[in-house]
Design a protein. Structure first.
Length: 162
């Protein structure tokens, strides 16, 4: 079914308002009295050379790749519950703890304290990707501390059966 020019302008206004095609289909039926299939509405929008507005994308949490383990990721959502001191690994100034309950979206998570006193929260997600959020934004641990952290983390996780 064809729409007249006034009806086409009305549909264009709905697109500008950000309505979805299914909502436009309903409005065409109720307000304009024209029954159209979803595909007809798609063709109409294409004929009018209009582009439906996409909802703003939700920014996903970014995890650091293993080669850049010290890169800041996202702020911790909930303060972690560190293990008691007797369960943490502390060798050479770097200590690693594992949370009793992993953070949301993580298989395992915990805290790390580097030799210079700086710390951060670490996690490994369901895809096996590690992430580290340092307590001080922009902080980068020394390469030696990173290597020691990785070794201690691997040992601690192996000890816990991961």
């Amino acid at each position: 079914m064809k729409l007249d020019e006034a009806q086409r302008k009305t549909v264009a206004g709905w697109i500008e308002q950000g309505l979805k095609l299914s909502e436009i289909q309903t409005k065409i039926s109720k307000e304009l009295g024209v029954t159209m299939t979803y595909m007809d509405v798609r063709f109409l929008i294409d004929d009018l050379k209009l582009q439906p507005k996409d909802p703003p994308p939700v920014a996903p949490a970014v995890l650091a790749p293993s080669s850049a383990l010290a890169a800041p990721v996202a702020a911790p959502a909930v303060p972690p519950a560190p293990k008691p001191a007797d369960e943490s690994a502390a060798v050479g100034g770097v200590s690693v703890t594992v949370d009793h309950v992993a953070r949301p979206g993580a298989v395992v998570s915990g805290r790390v304290q580097f030799s210079d006193g700086q710390g951060g929260a670490w996690l490994i997600d369901q895809m096996g990707r590690p992430g580290l959020v340092t307590d001080q934004q922009g902080y980068r641990p020394s390469p030696g501390d990173v290597a020691e952290f990785q070794a201690q983390l691997q040992n601690e996780l192996a000890r816990l059966g991961f």
